[in-house]
Design a protein around this ligand. Structure first.
Ligand code: NDP
Length: 356
């Protein structure tokens, strides 16, 4: 497959296309029904109200993608115009970060780092929280990029390889799980503690959709068939990682919402009633990160070893999660003090036993 070169014309079209895509998702976020929840109280006493209609939006996006694939021009052109889309996403993300800086209310003079890290924690537009919203174009965009490489393979071969089928199944399950469990975002670091600036914006609108889909390109390009034994091993690795990732996140979420809810069939054990030491959280302090990394490694291995480029994705994620685990550790030590020290003595490692 030859990528279409990024010209002024193709970048302009890609920018319009991306704007329309984001606008459609925003309107959907405004009007679609979904359960409403109030987030955890912030240190200043305020709390944000969220409407979790991401799953309905995701389902509608899948239906629209199916229509485009079977009745319209197909999704393959999306893959061909990858370069133009990356430029367009940057053209949208950088000025948007500047707008956030300019309109953000600050209780002190704004500095350069505010552009990157953000000014406000919970900016909203027409009542839609922009931080939670941005995960929608991010992950639906990633899903469509992944599909576009499958569409290209289908167009060229008339079938999909086993590696492509497994890649699509794994990534689709991972993204569907996000929307099914969207309310789980309430107790994540990004929603609770991060401000909304370039870092999150660029991550959501550029990095996730256009970098995390790179393994799809290499699964599409894989010249040799995936051996059956390797397929079984990778499915098992994926299932194990997914169980850790989803299981740990769900346990923490349930504990935060209903502290008495049983974990693995027993009453939860805690430190100070605040830190969970049952289930995955009693074994390691960041097994949700370990699980997510395992999932990414498993589907990247579907690319084979003809190029190391796709391995940049799990390598990047490993760096990000390892650094984030250390940052979160510092945050929790400052917040929980002696309880956190006791927790670290109980669950001795963060992500990897004996290593980290
Ligand atoms: P966590 O979901 O682990 O949330 C961290 C917070 O959970 C802590 O700050 C603390 O907050 C609370 N906490 C920690 N330990 C305990 C415990 N034992 N009992 C009760 N509460 C505890 O981290 P993230 O928000 O960073 O990640 C959420 C998910 O997103 C993860 O699965 C991660 O893998 C994924 N992720 C994916 C990325 C990607 O690019 N693909 C990037 C970043 C994250 P509190 O103050 O509320 O107690």
């Amino acid at each position: 497959m030859a990528f279409a070169p990024a010209t002024l014309h193709s970048v302009a079209l890609a920018t319009l296309g991306l704007l329309a895509f984001i606008a459609a998702l925003f309107v959907g976020s405004l009007v679609l029904p979904g359960p409403a929840r109030t987030g955890p109280r912030k240190p200043d006493g305020s709390a944000v109200r969220y409407v979790f209609n991401g799953m309905a939006l995701f389902a509608m996006s899948l239906a629209a993608a199916a229509l485009v694939q079977w009745l319209g021009p197909g999704l393959a052109p999306v893959a061909r115009y990858y370069g133009s889309l990356v430029v367009a996403a940057n053209l949208l993300a950088w000025p948007s970060a500047l707008v956030l800086l300019l309109v953000g209310r600050a209780d002190r003079p704004k500095r350069l780092r505010d552009f990157f890290l953000g000014v406000e924690q919970d900016p909203a537009l027409f009542g839609v929280d922009l931080k939670l919203f941005s995960y929608r174009p991010s992950l639906i965009g990633l899903c469509l990029m992944n599909f576009s490489f499958a569409a290209l393979q289908w167009q060229e071969r008339g079938s999909l390889t086993l590696a492509m089928l497994l890649y699509q199944a794994g990534t689709l399950l991972y993204i569907a799980n996000y929307f099914h469990f969207e309310r789980g975002m309430l107790f994540t670091w990004d929603i609770m503690a991060e401000r909304f600036g370039w870092l999150l914006l660029w991550g959501d609108y550029v990095l996730v959709p256009f970098f995390y889909c790179v393994p799809a390109l290499y699964v599409y390009r894989r010249p040799d068939p995936l051996p059956a034994g390797a397929a079984v091993a990778l499915v098992v690795a994926f299932a194990l990682g997914f169980w850790l990732f989803r299981g740990a996140n769900a346990q923490k979420h349930r504990f935060k919402e209903t502290p008495q809810a049983p974990i693995w069939g027993r009453a939860p054990r805690t430190i100070g009633g605040r830190l969970l030491i049952s289930g995955f959280w009693g074994i390691g302090r960041k097994l949700n990160y370990t699980g997510e990394l395992t999932v990414y490694v498993a589907w990247t291995l579907l690319c084979g070893f003809h190029s190391l480029v796709p391995y940049a994705v799990p390598a990047w994620l490993a760096g990000l999660l390892i650094q984030r685990a250390a940052r979160d550790d510092r945050r929790c030590r400052a917040k929980y003090g002696a309880w956190w020290e006791a927790y670290c003595r109980h669950a001795r490692f963060r992500m990897f036993p004996y290593l980290y």
